[in-house]
Design a protein around this ligand. Structure first.
Ligand code: XMP
Length: 511
């Protein structure tokens, strides 16, 4: 294999580091710093990148470089804490500096002719610094606060940088990482959507043999691409199931059915279950209770269908790499559970299926590239994230068929206007946009008539990772068009407001 192992010392940027070799078409995997030797070496790495981390190398229980890493004789690049851990392991000296260096800084190369020539502005985030280099190392750059902002041992191909080349605030930082991976480690750039597909197809065939496979598709990118990959591998051994909960956006159910049946020629069982969901939600207004009800109903329907199909042995899941990494990452600040998100609309862990997870090692945008290479429609591949509990969490107050239809009609207008103006879809700035129906009535006037109807909010955000988000600065004219059309065309809504809350302190969804 042609890969790079990234050891995570507790960095908030670990996943961003993992993006960079992959952008250079070199496969890499993240491992906790203390992962077992056989796991790390199983990918047969050509080199190691050590991430940053919150600790100090002299602290008790500070993460360290496991000796077998050095024994491999492979190139190493340490970033921030990773550099300090490397210096510490090889006999250098690391000390707390009087001043923390945080944020933008400038470095000056000390040895011409290295990759650092391309870098001057960098992003720093450290308290400790290296005060004596280990034997064999030369200082390659310095900054105002670090006499040794970069170091290298050309013979052993060991390098360290005090700054963060992985973040966008370090212009050309990704070139440095690419140089390390391709030129120093000698990894080949052969990890492309086509090679990912070939590899996944071979693995799936190997795993499932001639057995039947079931996939629950939601219309979301991950479950669609996972199902399409499995279909490519085992064709008609795959059965796809789609539960129409009655809680989807306008036209979504039809689009999914047509994308799978017509677009990909796959078998798709569509279960119409709207009635069941609306009965179960009757009278319920509390957000967590809504989520629970939708989650339980979904599992119930899924199980009944699986039984009817004679319980295939295998089940496809669209688990993607960030989910895998998050569950095995070293101790970070545990974020409190704010919403019961990711177990809603999904299936429980303990179902009697063997899982097929072809996207387990892919980031979201890699999933999209694979989806495009498999011939999935742009509409499906670039669809916005949609919560498992569907429109229930965007229909504040009681979820009735009538109110969901009202919300859906308003939402359709918003999407039409934003897509038409280029504010949504592939490459657009707005990452997610939707309408929220409020359980609040206000007075209005239409023609000569007094109205007393519900209000609806436009929610549109820009975000990289959906962990933090800002409200989208949409043009006023566009907002005016959306508002006018909704009030004129949708029965039951006479007022539209725009949500100006970032995340935090808000969340993207309203419930
Ligand atoms: P919040 O509201 O927490 O949402 O800022 C962050 C992202 O997650 C999506 N979301 C969900 N996704 N099941 C999901 O699969 C859920 O229950 C769920 N709730 C929110 C939300 O749309 C946003 O993209």
């Amino acid at each position: 294999m042609n890969s790079i192992a990234i050891l995570d010392f507790g960095s908030q940027y670990a996943q961003i580091i993992a993006r960079r070799p992959r952008e250079a078409q070199v496969y890499c995997e993240l491992f906790p710093w203390d992962a077992p030797r056989e796991n790390i070496l199983s990918i047969r790495p050509k080199g190691f990148i050590l991430s940053g981390g919150p600790k100090s190398v002299y602290e008790t229980n500070a993460p360290f470089i496991q000796p077998f890493i050095l024994d491999t004789g492979l190139p190493i690049l340490g970033i921030c804490y990773g550099m300090q851990a490397l210096a510490h392991a090889l006999g250098g000296q690391v000390d707390a500096s009087a001043q923390r260096e945080y944020g933008p800084a400038e470095i000056q190369p000390l040895m011409p002719g290295t990759m650092l020539d391309a870098i001057s502005k960098v992003w720093m985030s450290h308290g400790d610094r290296i005060t004596r280099l280990p034997e064999g190392f030369t200082a390659l750059a310095r900054s105002g606060n670090s006499p040794c902002a970069a170091m290298g041992d050309m013979k052993r191909k060991y390098f360290g940088v005090q700054f963060h080349p992985e973040v966008h605030h370090t212009p050309n930082g990704s070139l440095l990482l690419r140089h390390f991976v391709i030129d120093i480690c000698g990894a080949k750039a052969d990890w492309t959507p086509a090679s990912i597909i070939d590899d996944a197809v071979a693995r799936i065939r190997n795993q499932v043999g001639d057995q039947r496979v079931l996939a629950a598709v939601s219309g979301g990118v991950d479950s669609s691409v996972a199902a399409a990959l499995v279909h490519k591998a085992v064709g008609d051994q795959l059965v796809c199931m789609f539960v129409d909960t009655g809680l989807l956006r306008a036209n979504e159910a039809e689009q999914v059915a047509s994308a799978f049946r017509r677009g990909l020629g796959m078998e798709l069982i569509a279960v119409q279950a709207g009635g069941e969901f609306f009965s179960a939600l009757k009278g319920v207004t509390e957000p967590e209770q809504k989520r629970r009800i939708v989650g339980e109903k979904f599992i119930h329907i899924f199980e009944a269908q699986a039984k009817q199909l004679g319980r295939p042995k295998f089940l496809v899941q669209g688990t993607i790499y960030p989910d895998v990494v998050e569950s095995s990452a070293p101790e970070r600040d545990k974020t409190e559970k704010i919403k019961t998100h990711h177990n809603v609309g999904g299936l429980p862990q303990d179902m009697p299926f063997e899982l097929v997870e072809p996207l387990r090692y892919l980031f979201k945008d890699e999933v999209r590239l694979v989806g495009e290479a498999l011939g999935l429609s742009e509409e499906l591949v670039w669809r916005q994230p949609f919560p498992g509990p569907g429109l229930t969490v965007r229909c504040l107050g009681e979820v009735t068929r009538e109110r969901v239809e009202r919300l859906r009609a308003a939402d359709k207008i918003l999407l039409e206007e934003l897509s038409g103006a280029g504010y949504l879809g592939k490459g657009a700035q707005t990452s997610q946009a939707f309408m929220v129906l409020l359980p609040v009535r206000s007075v209005g006037v239409m023609g000569d008539q007094r109205t007393y109807q519900e209000a609806a909010a436009i929610r549109a955000v820009t975000t990289e990772d959906f962990m933090t988000a800002d409200w989208a600065r949409l043009p006023h004219d566009l907002l005016a068009r959306v508002s006018n059309r909704i009030v004129n065309e949708v029965n039951g809504i006479n007022r539209v407001v725009y949500d100006l809350t970032s995340k935090p302190p808000g969340t993207i969804e309203w419930e």
